[in-house]
Write a protein that binds this ligand. Structure first.
Ligand code: HSE
Length: 318
């Protein structure tokens, strides 16, 4: 863009994300290269937000009931000038998959809109706006999907109040994800969790979170592997996911460093040090779901360095 042109329409792709990364409930998340949603956002002369869906998910187009709509509205409320947006959404990340579908919509929309507003807002503010979408989707303002979607890579949410988001270094790991074709609502998967944690369990969990973050920073695969343990959330939620234990055991036998439930499920993810191991893991996962007669989608991908990505932009002269 030069000084005489202004971007009028931008198309972005917003990545799937994996929240929690096993032990870091609500505080760790990772952006994936694939799958991605595509969002085209235009700045309009009229005020307000119009939404069109170009996919089969039948999501609401009323902006107050749409996660991208409420995120864009939170942004407009903080913007000191009158503005409006037109959003055309083409989703590929299935809602209720555990792969941050609502986060991709909300974060993708606000990152795109911020380009149209000449980057008026900071990434930290965009995360705040996108969390309005998460609140609509799950009843809770959590940032472990929207933060990696905005920042890319792996992010640590040290605190939400006040916001303190720390992008971590991005290890060159491969990610295998299997998505059994059942839907688990994040709100339901949160409802079943115990409200209290024993101190002895918290100590084990703290050790694993610190170990996992250190493992990412030092690219220490053995440390990553032994830290991907969750004794608080996984034992409760995994009962909702068919074949979970079997998939986890066989993936590690096939060469995965470790893994577990993607976000609130039902997808299961595994990290591997190289592509061959990631494909072996994929084959072992597929074998199990074939045998159990469960339909699935499966991905072998990498960690996305950049999160939401510009795919196309058009400018008009001013
Ligand atoms: N941290 C959230 C949860 C992520 O596990 O409920 C939801 O994708």
């Amino acid at each position: 863009m030069n000084a005489k042109n202004r971007i009028s329409t931008v198309t972005v792709s917003a990545p799937a994300t994996i929240a929690n990364l096993v032990c870091g409930f609500d505080i760790l998340g990772m952006a994936l290269e694939e799958p991605r949603d595509f969002l085209q956002v235009s700045i309009t002369d009229s005020l307000g937000i119009q939404i069109t869906n170009q996919d089969d998910f039948d999501l609401p187009t009323d902006p107050v009931q749409n996660v991208a709509g409420v995120a864009l509205q939170a942004m407009l409320n903080a913007y000191p000038h009158p503005a409006g947006f037109n959003l055309v959404s083409h989703k590929q990340i299935k809602p209720g998959s555990g792969l941050g579908s609502s986060a991709a919509s909300a974060a993708g929309a606000v990152v795109a809109a911020n380009i149209l507003l000449d980057q008026y807002f900071s990434s930290e503010q965009l995360v705040q706006f996108a969390m309005a979408g998460e609140e609509l989707a799950s009843g809770v303002r959590h940032a472990d999907n929207v933060a990696p979607c905005v920042y890319g890579g792996i992010t640590l949410i040290r605190s939400l109040l006040p916001p303190d988001i720390i992008p971590l270094s991005v290890p060159e790991l491969f990610v295998t994800v299997i998505h059994p074709q059942i839907e688990i609502k994040t709100s339901d998967a949160r409802q079943i969790l115990r409200k209290n944690v024993l101190l002895k369990d918290a100590i084990i969990q703290w050790g694993n979170i610190a170990g996992l973050v250190t493992g990412f920073l030092k690219n220490d695969h053995a440390l990553i592997s032994r830290s991907m343990t969750d004794i608080i959330i996984e034992p409760v939620r995994s009962i909702l996911i068919p074949g979970f234990k079997e998939i986890k055991t066989s993936s590690i036998e096939a060469g995965a460093l470790g893994g577990g439930i993607a976000g609130s499920g039902p997808s299961i993810f595994m990290l591997s040090a190289d592509k061959k191991a990631a494909i072996d893991v994929q084959n072992s996962m597929k074998d199990i779901y074939h045998r159990l007669g469960i339909d699935y989608n499966v991905y072998v991908t990498t960690i996305s360095q950049h999160g939401v990505r510009i795919e196309n932009e058009s400018v008009y002269p001013i």
